[in-house]
Design a protein around this ligand. Structure first.
Ligand code: HEC
Length: 144
């Protein structure tokens, strides 16, 4: 191969290595304290989700339901209402994002109701829906 061709090949290779993946999420601008509140809540969400999966796999289905309801269910909505408005994520969410947030809490409560029956098969079948409620928002929105 000629030197010119090598240069062309190397240029194409290095450009594709540098190419950034496309990020199609909508940027939602929130004050810094609201971002911090959101991210802290999210990290807890992940721990909770892991706790739920671990309990279901261990056959502790009803316990998984209790955790889902207490930490992710509809009762958690409005948990930041006592904070100043600049620290409340919900106050800065566009309606579509807020809907996904509410949907996540409703999904967790629906999951909890299924788990409360103690039926392991049905609870296992509902688990991906719980996870999907997190994923749907992550695919659509970012805050930074
Ligand atoms: C209403 C939308 C929404 C829902 C529902 C949602 N998240 Fe998030 N999550 C976000 C946004 C926005 C970010 C910040 C992304 C960024 O960095 O810009 C985030 C970030 C995170 C992070 C990273 C936190 C950090 O410190 O950066 C974790 C972990 C996470 N979410 C877990 C979860 C889990 C688990 C669930 C479901 C139980 C969930 N989220 C549901 C919107 C959502």
């Amino acid at each position: 191969m000629s030197r010119a061709r090598w240069v062309a090949v190397l240029t194409v290779v290095s450009c594709s290595a540098l190419a950034q993946p496309v990020d199609t999420r909508q940027l939602v601008k929130m004050p810094e304290p609201a971002v911090a509140t959101l991210r802290a809540e999210m990290r807890e969400n992940l721990v909770t989700l892991n706790e739920i999966v671990t309990l279901v796999v261990a056959g502790k289905v009803k316990e998984a339901g209790v955790v889902a309801e207490q930490k992710l269910g509809t009762g958690v909505m409005g948990q930041h209402r006592d904070k100043p408005v600049e620290a409340r994520p919900g106050a800065h969410m566009p309606p579509a994002m807020h809907d996904l947030g509410r949907n996540q809490h409703k999904t967790a409560s629906a999951f909890a109701a299924i788990a409360a029956t103690g039926d392991r098969e049905k609870t296992l079948a509902a688990l991906p829906t719980l996870n999907a409620a997190c994923v749907s928002c992550h695919l659509a929105f970012r805050v930074r």
